[in-house]
Write a protein that binds this ligand. Sequence first.
Ligand code: ADP
Ligand code: ADP
Ligand code: ZN
Length: 214
Amino acid sequence: MKLLIMGRPGAGKGTQAVNIREYYNIPHISTGDIFRANLKGQTKLGLLAKTYMDKGLLVPDSVTIDLVKDRLSQPDCKEGFLLDGFPRNLEQAKALDEFLKSRNESLDAVLDIDVKPEVLIDRIVGRRVCPTCGATFHIKNNPPKVEGVCDKCGGKLIQRNDDTYETAENRLKVYDNQTAPLLDYYKNQHLLKTVNGDQDFAKVFEDIKKVLTK
Ligand code: ADP
Ligand code: ADP
Ligand code: ZN
C-alpha cells in the first residue's frame, strides 16, 4: 500500500495515520513530525524549518522534497508507506510523481479527510501532543485520563508552538491557496478517495477502510 493522506490542518490526518499504519503495517511518514524531531535535536534543518512553521508558512521545497526522497529510499518503504503532510503544493506533487516513476513505483490511493474549516480552529487550538511518544489528544474531543499527562507513556503533554489561533488561520489560508489544488490533480489521476472527517474518530477509520478496499 502506497498512500497519501491529505486534509486541512487539524482534519485528523495524524490521528487516522496511526490507525492506518497499524492496520496495513506500513511506515507513517509525517513531514511535520520530521521537522519537529529535527527542531528538538536542534539540527540545522530543524532551526530553518522553525522560522517557517512558527508563521504557518511552508518550509521551502528545496529542503522538503529531498528530505522526503531520502526517507522513501529507505528499505522499510519498499512495500508501502503512508505519507502525511506531503505533498503540500504542485511542485512537491510533481517531484513525488517523478521520484516514484524513476523507481517504477506508483501511488495506490490518495485519501482526503474532508472537514469544514469552521470546525478546524477549535480542533487545532485544543490539540495537545506528547513530545515523548507522539500521541495526540484534544482537550474536549479526546481528553487524556489525567489532564496534561499522556495516557500511553506518562509524558507531559504540550501544545504545539504553531497551534495558536493566529497561526492556525494562516495555515488554513496556505492550505486553500497551495494544497487544495492537489485534490483535482489526484482526482484526474483517479486516485482520490474522500472521507468525511467530521464524524466520530472510529467512524472516520471505518470509512477509510471501506474506501481503501473498494
Ligand atoms: P498539520 O498536521 O496541522 O497540518 P503538520 O505537522 O503537517 O501540520 O505541519 C506543520 C508545519 O510543518 C506546516 O505548517 C509547515 O510549516 C511545515 N510542513 C510540514 N509538511 C510540509 C511540506 N510538505 N512542505 C512544506 N512545509 C511543511
Ligand atoms: P492533523 O494531523 O490533520 O493536523 P490531528 O490528527 O492532529 O490532525 O487532529 C487534530 C486535533 O483534532 C487533535 O487534537 C485530535 O485529537 C482531534 N481530532 C482528530 N480527529 C477527530 C475527530 N474525528 N473528531 C473530533 N476531534 C478529532
Ligand atoms: Zn506519550
